[in-house]
Design a protein around this ligand. Sequence first.
Ligand SMILES: [Zn+2]
Length: 98
Amino acid sequence: MKPPRNPRRAYDADGNEIPPVTVGQSLADGYRTAMAYCEAHDCGHGAEVPLKGWPTDLPVPDMALRLRCSKCGGRRIRMMANVTELYDRAHGAGKTGK
Ligand SMILES: [Zn+2]
């Protein structure tokens, strides 16, 4: 029997857990923040969470366990890569004179 699935993990077609990205990996990839979204019904509040200060070996999805929605106080949080940050970088924003 397979172990129960973790709702904060992704699984491939065979049901094998896909290793989550850690805080350290995200920082190495150039991310400085992650997006946290509240999953509460009728809330959907989203916030940028700085990656700095979190343990580098902590899986980014598990940051949700220590966060609470600042709008409704809900604890059902989903973590996402901050694609806005990636977009800004791809379009040359935020460069510091290289
Ligand atoms: Zn909320």
